[in-house]
Structure formats: C-alpha cells, structure tokens
Design a protein around this ligand. Sequence first.
Ligand code: R5P
Length: 304
Amino acid sequence: MTPLVLALPGNETLSKALAEELGWPMGVLAARRFPDGEAYVRVDDESVGRSVALVCTLDRPDEKVLPLLFAADALRELGAMRVGLVAPYLAYMRQDRRFQSGEAVTSRSFATLLSSRFDWLVTIDPHLHRVHGLGEIYSIPTRVVHAAPALGGWVAEHVERPLLIGPDAESEQWVADVARRASAPHLVLEKIRRGDREVEVSAPTVDGHRGRTPVIVDDIISSARTMSAAVRHLRAAGLSPPICLGVHAVFAGDAQHALEDAGAGLIVTTDAIPHATNRIGIAGLLAPAILSLAVEATEARRGV
Ligand code: R5P
C-alpha cells in the first residue's frame, strides 16, 4: 500500500510539497489543545497496514513533542506498518555534552526519546558539532540531507558577483560547498560566543573582494547575534548590505529586528522552518532520503 504523509500543525505547506514529490497521498491529522492546555490528537484509520511519514519541524520543540509522540503512538495502535519522522529542523542538538557538572545532556535524551517512537528519521543540516553523526545518539536509521545544493542554486540564480562568508569555523563545510556551487569565492570568520546573546566575530579581510555582493551563510539563525556581528563588520569594511542566508529560520525573540538593525540586506531562508523569509524549498532534497528510508524499513520488516 502507498505510504501516507501526515502533517503536524504548522507543517502543512512542506508536507503537501513532499507528498507531491513522493507521489504519496496526504493523510488527515487533527490536533488542538483542551482548555487546560493538554494536547488532543486524532488520526484517521487510513493508516492501517501502511507506512506513514509524520512531518514535524522541531523548532520550539517543547510544545510540539508531546502531540508528535501521541500521533506516533496512535498510528501504531491503529496498525500503521512503519512510522517515520521528517523533522527538517532537529532540536536539542546543541547541548551535546555536560559543560558543567549536573547539566542534562539533552541531545542524547532527546535522541533516545525519538528513537523509542519512530522507525526512521530524516532531517536537514542538523547542528552536528561534537556529535559527528546522528548514529552516535539515535538508535534508528537516519538520513541527513544537506541544503547546500539549494542554497548554491539560489545564489547562482539571484546574486551578481557573490562573495560567500561563513561566520565561524564550523560553517566552513557548507559555505565552501555553497560557494563552489555558485562558482564564487568564500571566506570564513572566527567567532567567540560569550553567552546566549553575546557573540563576537573577527573582522574580515575583504581586500580583493570589493565590488562583490556579500552573502553570509549559516545553518541556524536563532538569536541572529552571530549574523548581526558579521553584518556589522562587513558594513564597517565598506561592503554593501550583506544578503543573509540561513537554512533554519529559528528567529528567537527580537532576532529578525536585530539583524535588520545591524544593516542586513535581504534575509533568505529555506522552508525547513516556516517563516516570512522562506524563499528556498527543500522538499525536492528531502524526498529521495524519505523514499530510501521508507523502502528500507519496509524491506527490513518483510525480511528482504
Ligand atoms: C553555531 O555554531 C551555529 O552554526 C550558528 O552560528 C548559531 O547557531 C547561530 O546562533 P545565533 O543566531 O543565536 O547567533
């Protein structure tokens, strides 16, 4: 039987795009809150005997995770064959070790929780830092998709004479890849984070790049302090307002205003997290990974 795509609230647009890419139908999932704040979830029993891909991007995860787990449990109780999770933004990837005694290592706990409820997981550019692969913390099959082809394509199509800039050493991997795809030069700054909203980045050496359009690329725009610091340096160095390109549009609190106030030009993100700045679709990148994991899971169940 053809698998189903099911959207948790807020994930309808990406889910429809995925269903089209995959050629799978969309199932029906209703979710709301009772007056006391508890979650209500209902899935149609069309999932019997089918594989299901639940789509739920996991920014602001604490309010999303219980409904997601309830949906997964309901699907299994109703006889779904396999229940996979498409979480374009995968939360709790930053606290990947105990920096101070007594701290919860939330990336591990969260991975254990999701692994207990899902058969597979697909995500895009998770924040892998000290954990080098999801397999180190997730016990289910996972696929990590990279946004670089979509970002590079967007830059090549929309930006004249781009100069790609990564705000910190970690960003080198994807900035270099995006730059190569856009046939553009790149440079990487150094970052020192002094607190959740206190970030310093090194001043760039832009000699030889004047006349180019600066494009800052990062995986996550959360407080936007990292991008704002980079924007300020680039403006002070006499470059034009940088285009700010992010995979995950978390935009916590006043982040977007802070970035605009710093002097950013156009702010562009993928639709991994729905946001007004989304201009780059990722369904086409996610679909092959979903397909391969869903087929693998089905074959494993049949003992192929
Ligand atoms: C950090 O290492 C990431 O790659 C991003 O630079 C970071 O998550 C951005 O965070 P914020 O927007 O809060 O500065």
